[in-house]
Design a protein around this ligand. Structure first.
Ligand code: SF4
Ligand code: SF4
Length: 159
C-alpha cells in the first residue's frame, strides 16, 4: 500500500512542479544581462556604512562621540578625532571600517546621535585580500564632496 502511495505522491509532486514551470513560461523574464543592464536597487538595500553629506553643511555631522565604535558588535569601526582648541569639541580626522567583518546589523547607524551614518548603495565591490575591504570613509566622503562640486559646476555651465 505504501508503495502505491509513494508513486501517487511522487506523481502529484511532479505535476505541481510542472505547473510552476508552465506558469513561469508565460511571465515576463526577470533575468538581465548584467553588467550591461542593471535593475534598480531595493530601497532596503544595505551596502557598507558611510558618512552622510548634509546639504546645509556640505559635509558630515560626526561629533566624534565614539558611540558607533563602542556599539559595533564586530569591532570593525575605528574613529579618530582631535581638538582644534584646548576646550573645544573634537573634529573628525579619521573613520575606517573593516567591511570584511561587518554583519550589517545597523546598530552603528541607529545609535549615531547626529544621524550622520547611512548605508552606501555599493554592491560592485571586489578584493583579493581582507585589506581590500578596509574602507577609509573620510576619503570616500572627500571624493563624494568633490564629485558633487563638479556636478554643480557642470550643471551651472549647462544652465
Ligand atoms: S553595521 Fe553593525 S557590524 Fe557593521 S559596522 Fe555597523 S555596528 Fe558594526
Ligand atoms: S556615532 Fe555618529 S557622531 Fe558618534 S562617532 Fe559615530 S558617526 Fe560620529
Amino acid at each position: 500500500m505504501g508503495y502505491f502511495k509513494d508513486i501517487i505522491d511522487g506523481g502529484l509532486s511532479l505535476i505541481e512542479g510542472m505547473g510552476v514551470t508552465a506558469r513561469r513560461l508565460f511571465q515576463p523574464l526577470i533575468t538581465v544581462q548584467y553588467p550591461r543592464k542593471k535593475i534598480p536597487l531595493s530601497s532596503a538595500y544595505r551596502g557598507h556604512i558611510e558618512l552622510k553629506i548634509f546639504e546645509e553643511t556640505g559635509t558630515h555631522k560626526c561629533i566624534v562621540c565614539l558611540n558607533c565604535e563602542k556599539t559595533c558588535p564586530s569591532g570593525v569601526i575605528r574613529v579618530q578625532g582631535e581638538k582644534q582648541k584646548e576646550k573645544g569639541p573634537k573634529t573628525l580626522t579619521g573613520y575606517v571600517i573593516d567591511f570584511s567583518k561587518c554583519s550589517l546589523c545597523g546598530l552603528c547607524v541607529e545609535i549615531c546621535p547626529t544621524s550622520t551614518l547611512e548605508y552606501s548603495r555599493e554592491y560592485e565591490l571586489v578584493g583579493d585580500t581582507g585589506a581590500d575591504c578596509v574602507f577609509d570613509l573620510m576619503l570616500r566622503l572627500a571624493k563624494q564632496v568633490e564629485q558633487r562640486e563638479e556636478k554643480k559646476k557642470t550643471q551651472g555651465i549647462a544652465a
